[in-house]
Write a protein that binds this ligand. Sequence first.
Ligand code: 8OZ
Length: 371
Amino acid sequence: MSNDNAAAELFQPVRMGALTLPNRVVMAPLTRSRAGAGDVQGPLNATYYAQRASAGLIISEATNITQQGKGYAFTPGIWSDEQVAGWRSVTDAVHARGGRIVCQLWHVGRISHPSLQPNGALPVAPSAVQPKGNAFTETGFQPHVTPRALETDEIAGIVSDYRHAAEQAKRAGFDGVEIHAANGYLIDQFLRDGTNKRTDRYGGSVENRLRLLLEVTEIVTGVWGGERTGLRLSPVSPANDISDSDPMAVFGPAVDAVNRFNLAYVHFVEGATGGDRNVAPDFDFAALRRAFNGLTMMNNGYDRDLAVSAVREGRADLIAFGRPYIANPDLVERLRSGAPLAKPDNATFYGGDAHGYTDYPALGEEQLNAA
Ligand code: 8OZ
């Protein structure tokens, strides 16, 4: 593709809540499992994010709000002050390069393992339904266990954990937060009838299954304002063994209900997370986009042509790129000029060091090295 689309809307600035983005290319949240002891980010992570600061917006990798919310080895947290200091080095580095970064707030629910939990406890979930698959622990992959169903009176504590994490994200110098309600983690587990078998006010009807999402959104926007809060949803993704008998019956009302918070954006994973974009071709993302009162960010498997046309034709306001951002720190410049994209090496996606993390060169650097 030539660079005749260099002036495309994808590369034009846009106002998103309280932020002004210089372009509509977003770095999607990417778990890389390279946090240090205490789940703290450090200089290596700061370099990685700063290299990608020309993105219109960076969404941080999913960040555990508590130890209980953690489900993958070496992922960062935001509950402790050491973690805040680590993230502060990241946000400072991104801001020094002219970027903007929001923190993705994460509680995995049942997608964890006792070895990652406080005192070796069982992971918690809406209901005691064991997920298929394996957890990524410090000693390798281990089968998921049957989680413990949360007591009704414990849920308020998790909601206040979100408040604490949102406040910590502010102290860490982020520009906002994204609530991770996608990909089969805790909030998604409450939304779906495959994982939520509760009979209290958090289960059963759609209204009840939406309750945790709305309580979390209310408390987080209480800290940040809707204009610095985004929300990620994956209505048709089977990620992490999630299932639902009728996703539109949940996500239509979900979008209507969050409109009262005047969120900066909603971020949809189209199709199967990291996989087939067309897994549910009849699902009406356009209806959700029309119903939502903020910007719509779309994600999953976008290339340059698809992104340019989606924004030009009004199917999206923003496009989040995941895997392309692993190997192309200067993705915006490459997309703008039509330069070829480097391919990421999936052997270095999760865990490890600088290799496969901060050693993907920007185009100019590559030419410099080759010269
Ligand atoms: C891939 C590997 C580990 C975590 C998600 C946070 O699916 C993740 C994740 C993805 O949202």
